[in-house]
Design a protein around this ligand. Structure first.
Ligand SMILES: C[S@@+](CC[C@H](N)C(=O)[O-])C[C@H]1O[C@@H](n2cnc3c(N)ncnc32)[C@H](O)[C@@H]1O
Length: 253
């Protein structure tokens, strides 16, 4: 994939692909072309110009929306037993940001925790993603009933099952606001107590990460917590105004 092709693809997708990991991008696009019978990238790019559905389809594939309720449950256990109780002692109602929320399982897991720990709080969970299709699914709040196994037993009664689907009930939905936000170009929400950005930064080139971590630090209030994915580490947290807490958690100092 040449730089020129990445530039054209970025224009047609309205997405800054130069920030993404080149090998990973190449692998995802090659797999997409093979699955959809495009013989080369230039033909794909010209098809994308006139076909918004194909554009959306490719975006869905690039984002790799893989997600789960309570992904990495041992770490969510630390969130439930230590991080959130500490935050709730200091701030009665929490403003949480789930950045790269995919189809909504992450913000609804956060909603379940907050409902469980502090149901009276006027919490807000801002759930953002670049992918409109994922956000539309998220807003619907319906998932195969089989996904209930991802939810730890203690929280299962907070979700409803209807006609073979998990349906997120209004008690949890009321906390969550979905909106489209490109982490590479849009302004970030401010005044955040807990910033959850998991399994997204791994797609970005190392060079773009410092800018993102600086902006995360600005989004968070003092004492607020950044929660990263299990394979993401913030090297040199003090350079951004963070101190390490537990594995995967960093406090804004
Ligand atoms: C692998 S999913 C992770 C979902 C969830 N955070 C989790 O850990 O289960 C990564 C998400 O990041 C989103 N994404 C990719 N690039 C993005 C960008 N530039 N801005 C915002 N979201 C982006 C994708 O659309 C996708 O939904």
């Amino acid at each position: 994939m040449t730089e020129e092709q990445i530039k054209h693809l970025s224009q047609v997708l309205k997405l800054d692909l130069s920030a993404y990991h080149p090998q990973q991008l190449q692998r995802l696009i090659t797999a997409f072309m093979q699955r959809n019978d495009f013989p080369n990238l230039d033909i794909l790019i010209s098809a994308l110009r006139s076909n918004p559905k194909l554009r959306q389809h490719l975006l869905d594939n690039l984002g790799i929306n893989i997600t789960q309720f309570f992904r990495d449950p041992q770490i969510w256990d630390i969130l439930a037993k230590e991080i959130l109780p500490d935050l709730l002692k200091e701030f009665k109602s929490l403003r949480v940001w789930s950045a790269g929320c995919s189809i909504g399982k992450e913000p609804y897991s956060l909603a379940a925790l907050l409902y469980h720990l502090a149901p009276q709080g006027a919490h807000t969970i801002i759930a953002t993603d670049i992918d409109e299709a994922a956000l539309n699914h998220a807003k619907k709040g319906e998932y195969p009933a089989d996904d209930m196994k991802e939810i730890p037993p203690i929280y299962r009664p907070l979700f409803t099952v209807q006609n073979g689907l998990i349906v997120v009930p209004p008690t949890l939905r009321k906390f969550v606001q979905f909106r489209r936000l490109d982490l590479l170009s849009d302004p970030y929400p401010q005044g955040i107590h807990l910033l959850v950005c998991r399994n997204l930064l791994i797609y970005f080139r190392p060079e773009v990460k410092p800018r993102i971590f600086h902006s995360f630090a600005q989004s968070l209030l003092k004492g607020g917590v950044l929660f990263l994915g299990a394979s993401e580490v913030l090297l040199n947290p003090s350079a951004y105004g963070f101190e390490p807490l537990q594995f995967g958690f960093y406090r804004r100092v």
